[in-house]
Design a protein around this ligand. Structure first.
Ligand code: 5AD
Ligand code: SF4
Length: 440
């Protein structure tokens, strides 16, 4: 989501600022920050420390460099950043990006500003119209939903991104069409709680994410759809059916469970148990048997016993993940779990290592199971080696193929003939040389 937000900011500023990739020559530097885990704010101060000499050197040369901090650290600690880091000209939370031009104008005139609105509605109505200027690409993100009302006891998102907000069907379809016209072939719908998305359709009925996917699948040029990140509670029948019905909806689902222990899940305020999750996975697999699953896990949550952790291992063994993210619990100031008695660091380290080794084995086994398989790859960009291009399998694995760059943007059938550490190697079908001759 931060990648998507950074692109929107670049677009908004495009009339005045050319986007560059290194800070040395920049007149404006914006740090877009994440607050979900660990020393995020320390990272911000250390990044700011590295930028300070740049600002000072530029100022000695009579050039003004404006520095801004954006994202969820800005939202959570805006006033503190502004007070502690005098070099920061403005601080802008995730719901205030539409105010960037105004903030910049103030900053240029020497004022130091903090913008930390907490509702996404104004931002989307102000930013909705600027997608046409996007740089051409094959695969793009599209934010459909932001914020979260679930309040899992470990999570800072409801406090930094605010209450759940769904963009309108109209705005989403218009943005998807603009992307398609600009050559985008794959869209990944984004939201902190993407499957909680809902809106009123043109038919006057309330739509959920499933219905929206059926609509987006009709757009010419869009050949692949994905969505992330989902909550198990919001996987309804229509969304599961969409996985069975829509060939363009890729057979890969990121569905975090966090823990396999009912006790821990309750303490996390997840509002589902391990058995509910497993039942859900069964239903999804019935609808789309080749679906691959991905998840998020937290180990060392306050109160997690060895037995609770074993339940997580059992759940992972039971599901079989194609990929997953796992983290040590990290207390976030202001969240309920941060106040509870904490698990010792060495225990967290050991549990994480065990879980990650199991998840790593599962990922390797999943990748191995693709060896020799024929699959369609959407090519996205040139590879590192000359003559190589890289795309994604339906299961989101990077696939490297020796093929002409002209195939970037195309979906081609390939055969997997090798495995990298995190990617697949494939080759295009051989085209037999013609045997007959013609003169025209
Ligand atoms: N500590 C560790 N991991 C966390 N996540 C969210 N908050 C925390 C936290 N306080 C993880 C969850 C979530 C993912 C995006 O980050 O697993 O699904
Ligand atoms: Fe955070 Fe996801 Fe829980 Fe919302 S559903 S509080 S974003 S972990």
């Amino acid at each position: 989501m931060n990648v998507y937000d950074s692109e929107r900011m670049a677009e908004l500023l495009a009339p005045d600022y050319d986007a560059i990739s290194s800070p040395e020559d920049a007149d404006l530097i914006i740090l877009n920050t994440c607050h979900i885990r660990e020393k995020a704010s320390e990272k911000v101060y250390s990044a700011l420390g590295k930028l300070r000499p740049l600002k000072e050197v530029a100022e000695r040369d009579g050039r003004r460099v404006i520095i801004g901090v954006a994202g969820c650290v800005a939202q959570a600690q805006g006033e503190e950043i502004s007070r502690r880091a005098r070099m920061v000209d403005f601080v802008v939370g995730p719901q205030s990006y539409h105010r960037l031009p105004e903030l910049l104008k103030k900053a240029e005139s020497g004022a130091r500003v903090v913008a930390d609105d907490l509702t996404a509605a104004d931002k989307f109505s102000a930013l909705g119209g600027i997608v046409a200027k996007r740089t051409p690409r094959v695969s793009a993100f599209l934010t459909v939903q932001e914020g979260c009302d679930k309040f899992c006891s470990f999570c800072v998102v409801p406090y930094t991104r605010g209450a759940e907000f769904s963009r309108s069907v109209e705005a989403i379809v218009a943005e998807a069409m603009t992307l398609a016209v600009n050559g985008v072939r794959e869209i990944t719908l984004l939201g902190q709680n993407v499957n909680a998305w809902h809106g009123t359709g043109p038919d006057g009925h309330e739509w959920g994410l499933g219905r929206l996917l059926y609509r987006l699948a009709e757009i010419d040029g869009i050949v692949r759809l994905r969505y992330t990140t989902s909550h198990p509670r919001d996987m309804n029948d229509e969304l599961i059916d969409a996985h069975g019905d829509l060939a363009v909806l890729m057979p890969y689902l990121h569905l975090p469970v966090q823990s396999g222990s009912d006790r821990v899940l309750k303490a996390m305020n997840r509002r589902h148990g391990a058995a509910d999750y497993l039942k859900l996975i069964d239903r999804i697999r019935q609808a789309r048997p080749d679906i691959a699953l991905s998840g998020d896990f937290i180990v060392g949550f306050p109160g997690e016993t060895d037995e609770d952790f074993e339940d997580t291992i059992k759940l992972v063994e039971n599901v079989g993940y194609a990929s997953a993210f796992s983290f040590k619990y990290s207390p976030r100031p202001g969240t309920p779990a941060a106040e509870r008695e904490q698990i010792a660091e060495p225990v967290k380290v050991e549990r994480l290592a065990r879980l990650q080794s199991l998840l790593g084995e599962q990922q390797a086994a999943f990748n191995r199971s693709r060896l020799g398989m024929k699959m369609e790859v959407l090519f996205e960009k040139e590879g590192r080696k000359a003559g190589q291009i890289v795309g994604r399998s339906p299961w989101l694995q990077p696939v490297q193929v020796m093929a002409p760059v002209a195939l970037i943007g195309a979906i081609e059938p390939i055969t997997v003939d090798g495995l990298g550490s995190n990617s697949l190697f494939g080759s295009l079908p051989e085209v037999a040389a013609p045997t007959a001759k013609a003169m025209i």
